[in-house]
Every structure is written in structure tokens, then in C-alpha cells.
Write a protein that binds this ligand. Structure first.
Ligand code: ADP
Ligand code: MG
Length: 334
């Protein structure tokens, strides 16, 4: 693993015009991912995690506008590329995506193999020229690659699996097949948006461990989107915590879990039965991105907020090493 960042998201702000007013959905988001690393993007539902994923895939919501920031991927700012070029050169090739719900990811009327081949035909293998023709030889090569990948994700009888239809597989198997398809394209970065929430608990753990093992084997970096600090503890090297569209804390998973600095991170970890002895929820809910609270967006739910927190937006400051927090109260204390 090298130390250079594969992805650097700096000061990213995004707003969307809605009928009810302008929604500032991302407000100074800031994190990075190094090659081969698994980074958790964590926050409650409504914090803007999926919007970050969409922006990275070049899929801005309708009416959206970037207000500030840069997204450096392998040194190129994705925000300076035309959406067309992101679609053609990046999405599905060097950045792969695993969605939340494997039940909605397949067309029921075609075999799994036909759909997987279609993805690979479109993305091509990294050693193929962009204008490679879809000859029988290329097709056979892609098929062999898919069989190899289905084996890697523990699908029994891979050649037979290609001939079957989506409904013949369980949700967990479908998610494995999706992972195989995405990894066959050999991306540098995999975005997984809560990839196991639609599955039952035992399957969830199997899929997460499979993802971690494959990421290591294939040297793929993973951005794991989750609301669950248990997933971070099991899987992630580093973590970035989001609250209501703002990055509130980043650091190694170990430091953030054992010495959380932001009151929101503390409360989120305290919600988790494996990580906390006394489980307490967080009263209230994530504020709307339309007319959000001034200053720190968490202040209305924060137990240690003062008047200053409602006035001034805290910026990320380094605590120690890579551990950074955006909280006026923590700044005052240190
Ligand atoms: N296209 C859109 N137009 C208006 N609001 C949106 C749009 N997409 C997302 N939002 C709002 O942005 C916030 C963040 O949404 P999302 O990124 O889906 O969060 P998460 O994935 O963390 O649950 C939510 O309040 C959501 O309602
Ligand atoms: Mg989401």
C-alpha cells in the first residue's frame, strides 16, 4: 500500500434547488482514500452519504450545483470532467459501484451470464484497447474472467450459474454475483452503498468479510457507506463521519472508535450494542438540508453545545496524526 491518496475529496459542497427552497445537501465534505484501503463513510440516514456516492459516479441529482470543492481521483479533478467523460472513462471502469439492494439490480428476464457479459462488454478489461471489437474470442475471454470471479465469491458451479436467471439465486448470492461482476472490471476503487442492509444478519457478515478479503486480494480500495459503527469496527482501516452533510470527524477506525472526539461520533458509537455497555439513542433527528441550523449543524442535538456553536461553523482541525475533528468545544478543551 502506498501513501499517496487514490481519492481526495476536498471542501465539497453541493446544493439542489427544490420547490421548498435550496437544499445544501453537502457542506464542506472532506476525506481521502489511499490505494488498497477500506474507508468507512458513516452517518445516520439523511446525512448525505448516498449523495457523495452519486457525485463520485458523476451522477449529480437533477437541479444540483457544486458550490465548492475538488474531487481528485488519481490526480484528476472529476469535477472538471464532462459528465459524459466520467460515464465513459471512470464509472464502471476505475470506479465500481455496489448498490444497496441486490434484488433490484438484475433484470428478471435475462440470464445472469448475459447481464454480466453485457457489463464487461461495456467496461472492457483493463488490458483491452477501448475500441476492442466484440468478437467470439473476446467474449470467451470475458466469460472465462467471469467464471474465475464467480469462483472467487464462492458461487457453486460458476459455469452453470451463468445460464441461470436472477430469481434462482438468494439475495446474498445475488450480491456475491454483483461483487464478482464489478471486480471483474478491475476497478481501483469500489463504492459500496450500504451493500448488506437488504440482507439478513448472518448473510450480511459473510458478504462484508468477503468484500474485505477480495479488496485485499485484488488491491482494490473500498469506500464502505454505512450507518453502522459495527461494520466500521469489523472492516475499515479509516473512517469519515458525516452529520447533516458535513464532515465532523475523520481518522483511523481504531482512534475514532476508541477515542471519538466529536459529540456526534460519541453518540453514534454509544448506540451500538457491541461497542457500548449502556446503549443510548440520539434524541431528535438529522436536520433538513433546507434552512439547516446555523453554525455546527449538530448543535441542536448536542449535549455540550454553547451559543458559539450556533454562530460559527467549526472547521476540521488535526488532533493527532490523521485524526481530525470539527467541533468548537473540543478545540476549546485542547
Ligand atoms: N435530488 C434531491 N433533491 C432534494 N433533496 C435531496 C435530493 N437527494 C437527496 N436529498 C436530501 O439530501 C439529504 C441527504 O440524502 P442522502 O444523500 O440520500 O443521505 P443518506 O444516504 O446519508 O441517507 C436528505 O435530506 C435527502 O432528503
Ligand atoms: Mg443512502
Amino acid at each position: 500500500m502506498t501513501d499517496t491518496a487514490l481519492l481526495e475529496v476536498r471542501d465539497l459542497s453541493l446544493s439542489v434547488k427544490t420547490d421548498a427552497g435550496v437544499a445544501r445537501i453537502l457542506d464542506h465534505i472532506d476525506f481521502s482514500i489511499r490505494r488498497g484501503e477500506i474507508v468507512g463513510l458513516v452517518g445516520e440516514s439523511g446525512c448525505g452519504k448516498s449523495t457523495v456516492v452519486r457525485v463520485l459516479l458523476g451522477l449529480l441529482p437533477k437541479g444540483a450545483q457544486i458550490d465548492s470543492g475538488r474531487i481528485l481521483f488519481k490526480g484528476v479533478d472529476l469535477l472538471t470532467l464532462r459528465p459524459k467523460d466520467v460515464a465513459r472513462r471512470i464509472r464502471g471502469r476505475s470506479i465500481g459501484f455496489i448498490p444497496q439492494d441486490p434484488y433490484q439490480s438484475f433484470n428478471p428476464t435475462f440470464t445472469v451470464g448475459k447481464q454480466m457479459l453485457e457489463v464487461l462488454r461495456w467496461s472492457g478489461l483493463p488490458d483491452e484497447a477501448p475500441d476492442t471489437r466484440w468478437t467470439r474470442a473476446v467474449q470467451a475471454r470475458h466469460r472465462a474472467k467471469l467464471i474465475e470471479m464467480l469462483e472467487a465469491v464462492n458461487i457453486a458451479d460458476p459455469a452453470g450459474a451463468l445460464e441461470r436467471y436472477p430469481h434462482q439465486f438468494s439475495g446474498g448470492q445475488r450480491q456475491r454475483i454483483l461483487i464478482a461482476t464489478v471486480l471483474a472490471c478491475q476497478p481501483d476503487l469500489l463504492l459500496a452503498d450500504e451493500p448488506t442492509t437488504a440482507l439478513d444478519v448472518t448473510t450480511q457478515m459473510q458478504i462484508l468479510h468477503l468484500l474485505r478479503d477480495l479488496a485485499l486480494d485484488f488491491g482494490v480500495a473500498v469506500m464502505m457507506v454505512t450507518h453502522d459503527f459495527g461494520v466500521v469496527a469489523q472492516l475499515c482501516d479509516r473512517v469519515s463521519v458525516m452529520y447533516a452533510g458535513q464532515t465532523v470527524e475523520t481518522g483511523t477506525a481504531h482512534a475514532v472508535i476508541h477515542q471519538p472526539a466529536h459529540p456526534y461520533t460519541e453518540r453514534l458509537i454509544a448506540c451500538h450494542p457491541d461497542l457500548s455497555e449502556t446503549i443510548v439513542g440520539i434524541p431528535g433527528q438529522v436536520s433538513s438540508p433546507i434552512n439547516p441550523p446555523m453554525g455546527c449543524r449538530f448543535h441542536p442535538r448536542c449535549l455540550i453545545a454553547t451559543d458559539a456553536c450556533a454562530d460559527q461553523r467549526p472547521v476540521l482541525r488535526t488532533l493527532e496524526g490523521a485524526h481530525r475533528v470539527a467541533c468548537l468545544m473540543r478545540e476549546a478543551a485542547s
